[in-house]
Design a protein around this ligand. Structure first.
Ligand code: ARG
Length: 284
């Protein structure tokens, strides 16, 4: 594997809104356009390939949400903690992602059965590699967090999600380069907000309002000083600009119907690390 920045994506050949497992999918069953989804996905893919390497996993028929590769697992160096999906509707994706990781030579760590964990959808590394922010409350269970700490030898900061619209951590929280954080505070309980504030200096907190939050502004892909998003308000774009970030908007409305946008459609395969640690050798 090369040392370049790499992401994993999955083409939307079998994408559609087929069931309801989050509030965004309600009223959208069979209401998405495959053609439009393909176009929008290509837009994101082209943008990302201009900034980083993008690898692809083959989409599997019958698993329409597989396009959201953020939920494949959580990768650090050569290790991956495989997802254990909360809903049966997505559990069938697990063997496909597992086999992709195995073929690529990753050490695959598996959580005990019944401990739900939805990968990088609910676990985001601080961009300086100092710790791992991990969400719980809807999809991933709090019980998964000690396993993440052990498997990836990282400090894990647990954040409780309280608004069903923001059911995955990456829907309302995005660590950015240089210690910045883009997030929507009402999606978290009080204790979690205090924890965030204790770790992120006020100057580095980029708080978004509800109008941006519901357009998945926090579901951003941050590559260096570029922030790729579905859509942001002029106010948020100006704030990001003043912090030194170039915003690239690319429409992803077809994926919003399933409750996902830019970040959900990608999985970062290379993460920063401040300290070099020995690699995990076992899967237990
Ligand atoms: N329909 C998918 C689900 O509910 C969307 C997943 C979005 N992924 C994410 N990382 N937020 O599971």
């Amino acid at each position: 594997m090369s040392t370049a920045l790499r992401y994993l994506m999955c083409a939307p050949s079998h994408y559609e809104v087929d069931y309801v497992i989050n509030p965004w999918m309600e009223g959208n069953v069979h209401r998405s356009s495959r053609e439009q989804a393909e176009r929008q996905w290509q837009g994101l893919y082209q943008l990302l390939t201009s900034l980083a390497q993008v690898q692809l996993v083959e989409p599997a028929p019958g698993w329409p949400d597989m396009v959201f590769t953020a939920n494949a697992g959580l990768v650090l160096d050569r290790n991956v903690v495989l997802s254990r999906f909360f809903h049966p509707e997505r559990q069938g994706e697990e063997p496909y992602f597992r086999s992709w990781f195995e073929k690529q030579g990753y050490v695959v760590c598996e959580l005990p059965e019944k401990i739900a964990f939805e990968g990088a959808g609910d676990a985001l590394f601080d961009r300086e590699g100092r710790w791992l922010w991990a969400g719980y409350g809807f999809r991933s269970s709090l019980e998964s967090h000690p396993y993440l700490a052990k498997y990836l030898d990282s400090e894990v900061l647990s954040l409780r999600l309280v608004d069903g619209r923001f059911y995955h951590l990456d829907t309302c929280f995005c660590p950015l380069a240089d210690g910045y954080l883009l997030y929507y505070p009402p999606a978290f309980d009080e204790i979690s907000n205090r924890l965030i504030e204790s770790r992120v200096h006020p100057d580095k907190r980029i708080v978004v309002g509800e109008a941006d939050a519901v357009n998945f502004a926090c579901n951003a892909v941050n590559v260096g000083r570029t922030v790729i998003v579905n859509q942001v308000t002029a106010g948020l774009a100006a704030r990001l600009d003043s912090c030194g970030f170039a915003v690239r908007q690319t429409p992803l409305t077809e994926f919003l119907k399933a409750g996902g946008a830019a970040k959900c459609l990608t999985l970062r395969l290379t993460e920063p690390r401040t300290v070099e640690l020995p690699q995990v050798q076992t899967t237990a």
